[in-house]
Design a protein around this ligand. Structure first.
Ligand SMILES: [Zn+2]
Length: 673
């Protein structure tokens, strides 16, 4: 399984064959096509096999086929061409067929006596794919074809303007650059609308896709595909909505303060007629991000204090690069040619990337974890190759369930990539810790755990820690620096929360039929308004299919995991800070080097998916409940500061057709334009 970073700078992207398929691959990847009905024979079950024997056999067969599947996927991500794609597609088709075969063979054990471990394994087997495929081979093939086509449409999506020689086309990355760097109202609107045109042709496919995965879900005995997704949390699937609403309710007041502050700043920047949309909502195209899920690109507008306490991590890493470059240059005899200079540059890039990974490894080792195996350093993709296309999106891979772990990034010496490698190694150490378990149990306690593990470490990368490893100099402590640091964090992690929730609210409704194809777009924006308080400046009718402009919808990656991970990482962080004996404000805690914290952490990872997550959490911090209070504790200084800033403002917003979500009683949208 591989895990894709939650971030194209935190844009929870991902692509990859198997993860679309295996639900315990939390980050994800591109499913692949099967142009013909699968022709792969599934090994028949031996006569008189008991349930326990059945699971033992599945684990064995799973282990045997796994390495081939991940090798095909690694290849297709690091050498993109038709051949590698075909091999990955075939491997994926075999896998889906085999999985369906096992699930059908499991049917006969229903109601039979079996060990609790076996019962859990059968349950996990059914939940292993986020794309339950119909048992009918022709429709299974149709499903994988549609999935691949939608993914292809997303990947190849571009927005073209102009005619003839003046025609220019831009892909997602370039349109995102506009939202990040350009502050012109109309230019941003054009980029935002332009990207959303790529999704319009997906609508028809998506309607059929929903029918097919629902058929697959029903074949397994579930009501619909949404119920499959909600069944992975060791609680009745019907309770997940209420459970996530409970967590959202805890953090919503903080989000509303942040929302209010952002709106005020946008009003000041663009004027009240443009800085907000009717009902005090934030304009979808002005948030510096295509989906309004991360507002950190608006730092130029939202920064609380100029030049207070900026930790120049990027600067320090670039210095390191310059040093490495000089070292590589010194190794060279005589005056290098232009070509040789390029090689020297690349050698220096690789050096600094490995040093960054090494720093991250050092943090994990300081907690008592093992050294990464030599093969990690040999087989990882650290920097972007020059001679071929690769998927640069950061991801973490377990190739063989036996120690061949890798990360795949195109690292540059900057802060974002530095924290990303800490995040990715979280997945890697999770793999290594649970590799001793039977294959079916090799997964996160639930899918939110896997994404939260590395970020727990990232929270511990405090200014003091960075100073202690010599990366940055002595840090000045000031209120201003603290607020700036908290704001940076909040623009990523707090702004994300309602987005993390609304995507699956929409899909659950689509899968269970309460949202009809004729209202896909309307309900999407209703939910965006309700949870995020964002809106397009003009109504988006059913001629659009705006959900398809977010990767995880055509890519079919469940999203609730990312919401849960953003809560859980604070809960884990607090638990480990407590275990380390830290006293003081939570945001100052780093458990770097603390073996007691490390022991608790490693114990959690080692359990994998072998027991209900409630038990795993209880062993960590004594509680069986997910809880967002550590988020509030962490951001307490920022929340107090925001309240001050927002004094006199009418906070909250009114979504026109969805339920309003006011913080204070919201006034009618009297001043909106
Ligand atoms: Zn990840």
């Amino acid at each position: 399984m591989k895990h894709w970073s939650a971030k194209p700078r935190h844009a929870l992207l991902a692509l990859a064959v198997i993860a679309g398929v295996l639900s315990f691959a939390a980050c994800k990847r591109t499913p692949t096509p099967a142009e013909t009905a699968p022709s792969i024979a599934v090994k028949p079950a031996p006569a008189n096999e008991t349930a326990d024997q059945f699971i033992a056999r599945v684990n064995e067969e799973f282990r045997a086929t796994y390495a081939e599947l991940s090798a095909a996927q690694w290849l297709s991500s690091t050498y993109i061409n038709d051949d590698s794609e075909m091999l990955a597609a075939k491997a994926n088709e075999r896998w889906l067929t085999q999985l369906n075969g096992w699930i059908q063979q499991a049917d006969k054990f229903e109601g039979q006596p079996m060990s609790p471990q076996t019962a859990r394994s059968i349950m996990l087997l059914k939940l292993m794919t986020a794309m339950p495929a119909p048992r009918d081979p022709a429709r299974l093939a149709e499903l994988t074809r549609i999935a691949t086509r939608m993914e292809g449409m997303y990947g190849a999506g571009e927005y073209c303007t102009g005619e003839g020689d003046a025609k220019t086309c831009r892909q997602l990355g370039e349109l995102e650059d506009v939202l990040r760097d350009n502050r012109d109202y109309a230019t941003q609107l054009d980029a935002w609308k332009g990207w959303h045109t790529i999704a319009q042709p997906m609508r028809k496919d998506y309607v059929r896709f929903v029918e097919l995965v629902n058929e697959g879900a029903k074949d397994m005995g579930f009501a619909d595909a949404g119920e499959v997704w909600r069944s992975g949390y060791d609680m009745p699937p019907a309770k997940i909505a209420a459970e996530t609403d409970r967590l959202w309710g805890q953090v919503k007041p903080l989000y509303e303060q942040l929302h209010c502050y952002a709106r005020t700043k946008l009003d000041a920047k663009y004027g009240m007629d443009k800085g907000e949309v009717a009902g005090h909502m934030l304009p979808a195209h002005l948030m510096g991000n295509m989906w309004q899920q991360d507002w950190s690109n608006l730092w130029d507008i939202l920064q609380p204090y100029q030049n207070a306490g900026s930790l120049d991590i990027t600067g320090a890493l670039q210095q390191q690069y310059q040093q490495d470059y000089s070292t590589e240059l010194a190794k060279h005899a005589g005056a290098p040619t232009t070509d040789e200079l390029v090689e020297i540059e690349r050698a220096a890039q690789l050096d600094v990337a490995k040093q960054m990974a090494s720093r991250a490894q050092d943090f994990y080792m300081s907690l008592g974890m093992q050294k990464l195996p030599d093969s990690y350093w040999e087989k990882t993709q650290f920097i972007k190759p020059r001679d071929r296309n690769v998927v640069c999106h950061a991801s973490a891979w377990d190739m063989n369930m036996a120690g061949d772990v890798r990360t795949k990034m195109c690292m540059k010496p900057n802060e974002e990539d530095f924290t990303t490698i800490y995040h990715e190694l979280g997945h890697v150490y999770y793999y290594l810790a649970y590799n001793k378990l039977p294959p079916i149990f090799q997964g996160g306690a639930h899918d939110g755990f896997h994404e939260a593990i590395g970020d727990t470490i990232v929270l511990s990368m405090t200014p003091k820690y960075l100073q202690s490893i010599g990366l940055v100099g002595e840090q000045q402590q000031s209120k201003e620096a603290l607020i700036n640091a908290q704001m940076r964090m909040a623009l990523t992690k707090v702004a994300f929360l309602p987005f993390g929730l609304m995507i699956d609210r929409w899909r659950w409704g689509v899968f269970d039929g309460s949202i009809k194809p004729g209202e896909y777009n309307k309900t999407w924006w209703d939910l965006k308004a309700k949870y995020q308080g964002v809106a397009p400046i003009q109504a988006r009718g059913e001629e659009f299919f705006d959900p398809g402009a977010k990767y995880h919808v055509p890519g079919n990656t469940p999203y609730t995991r990312y919401f849960l991970a953003n809560i859980l990482q604070f809960q884990f962080y607090k638990a480990l800070c407590d275990a380390s004996g830290f006293k003081g404000p939570l945001y100052e805690c780093s458990f770097y080097g603390n073996k007691a914290a490390g022991q608790k952490y490693l114990a959690m990872l080692s359990k994998g998916a072998s027991q209900p997550w409630q038990q795993t959490l209880k062993e960590l911090n004594g509680s069986e409940q997910m809880d967002a209070s550590a988020v509030l504790e962490y951001f307490a200084p920022l929340q107090a500061w925001l309240k001050q800033q927002n004094e006199g403002q009418t906070c909250g917003w009114q979504a026109s057709s969805a339920a309003p979500a006011p913080a204070k009683p919201a006034a009618p949208a009297a001043r909106a334009g």
